[in-house]
Design a protein around this ligand. Sequence first.
Ligand code: SF4
Ligand code: SF4
Length: 299
Amino acid sequence: MYGLGILKGLGVTIRHFFNSYIEDLRGAGAKLLGDETVFRRRQSLDSIGIFTVQYPDEKLAVPERFRFVPFLVTEDADHPERPGHDWCTSCGICAKVCPPQCIWIVRGEDPVTKRPIPEPEAFFIDIDICMNCGYCAEFCPFDAIKMDHNYELASYDRTGRHIYDLPKLRKPLSYWKTIAPTTAAEEAEARGGWDHPDVIKEKKKQADAAAKAAAAKPAPAPVAEVKTTAVAPGNVAAVSEKAADISAEQAATARAAETVAAQAEAVAPAVDEEAAKAERLRKREEALARKRAKDQGGG
Ligand code: SF4
Ligand code: SF4
C-alpha cells in the first residue's frame, strides 16, 4: 500500500515526542531538587524519547575521562608537611611533548645559591592554542599536570584571560580526586601512596637507612648454644647402630683398663721383693766392711 512507510515514520516521531514528556515528567521532581543524576539517566541507553538540555541553565555531567585544558596539581592546603606545594618539578617534559608548543616554563632557583630547584618559578599555558590532547598529563613523570573538566572558558579578552599562569593553573590534589576518583586512585596505587613521588622515594630511603642501622647494631651475647642435629626418619636405624658400636668400644676400653690395673697389681709385690733384696745386700756389705775394719784395727 502506498504511503505506509510515511505513516510508520510519523508513528516513530509521535512515539518519541510523547516519550520525551513521559521521561521529563518522571524526572521533574529530581530536576527541581537539583539532583544531577537525572541527566545521567537521560543520557543512558535506557532512556526513551528526545532529550534536550537547557544549557547553560542545565549542564550534563562529563565522564571521568573527559579532558579539557590542563591544570597543575598542588598539595592540599591542610597537608601536614608541604601545604599548597607544587607537584611540578619544572622538568620541562610536558613543554617538550606538547604538539602545538603552548607551554612555557621558568625553572625556579635558590635565592641564595642561584642553583636550580625542582619547582616552577613561572608556568604558562596558552589555552587558545592547547588542543586538549592530554599528552602533557600522559608524559609527566610526577603526576603533576592533569586534564581539567572545566570547559566554560570563553571570554572576550584573549591576552588577559587565555594565557593561564601559575595562580590560574594551580588546583589541589583533592580537586583531582573529586573529578577523577578512579584514575586518581589508580595513580596513587602505582606511585605507592597519595604523596608526591619524590616524597614517597625519600620516605622509603629513610626507612631503608633505619632498617640498615638497626641491622648493623651488635647482637646481644648468645645464650648457651645447644647444637642439635635433625635426623631423618630413614637414618634412625643407622644412628642406633653407630651408638651401639660406640658403647661396645667404650666397654672394651674399660675392660682393657681393668686388665692393666690387675697386671700392675701382680707386678707390684715382685718389685717390692727386689727392693728388699737390694736393701739386705747393702746392709750385709756394710756389716762386712765394719768387720774388716775391726779386724785390721785389732791385729
Ligand atoms: S612534566 Fe610534569 S613535572 Fe615536568 S614540568 Fe611538566 S608538569 Fe612539571
Ligand atoms: S593538552 Fe596537549 S596541547 Fe594542551 S598543553 Fe597539554 S600537550 Fe599541549
